[in-house]
Design a protein around this ligand. Structure first.
Ligand code: HEM
Length: 68
């Protein structure tokens, strides 16, 4: 598992790409919440749970990357 997490893509480990993905979804979620991104507000809730899932996966991967 650690070797997969540490595999590099464009010179950066996959765990770091995961962090960038989480941050991107977070920014999208805030833009939806602030009504800057004009998509149907019904997406606010599923994006919140997607964010939670991605953040948990990313945090677990980061802990394995450091300590595993
Ligand atoms: C990390 C960022 C955020 C997360 C995870 C998040 C998550 C959520 C969740 C789970 C709900 C409940 C949805 C439902 O029950 O249908 C909600 C509702 C809402 N959020 Fe967010 N939110 C975020 C950011 C924001 C921001 C930045 C704003 C606006 C500045 C915002 C405005 C609202 C509003 C207006 C509601 C509806 C409240 C109501 O039921 O009347 N959210 N949000």
């Amino acid at each position: 598992m650690k070797s997969l997490i540490a595999t590099t893509f464009l010179g950066m480990p996959l765990v770091a790409w995961g962090g960038i993905t989480v941050l991107t979804v977070l920014v999208v979620q805030i833009l939806i919440g602030m009504r800057i991104l004009k998509v149907d507000f019904k997406y606010h809730k599923p994006v919140a749970f997607t964010l939670l899932g991605l953040a948990l996966v990313h945090a677990t991967a980061a802990l394995i990357y450091i300590f595993g």
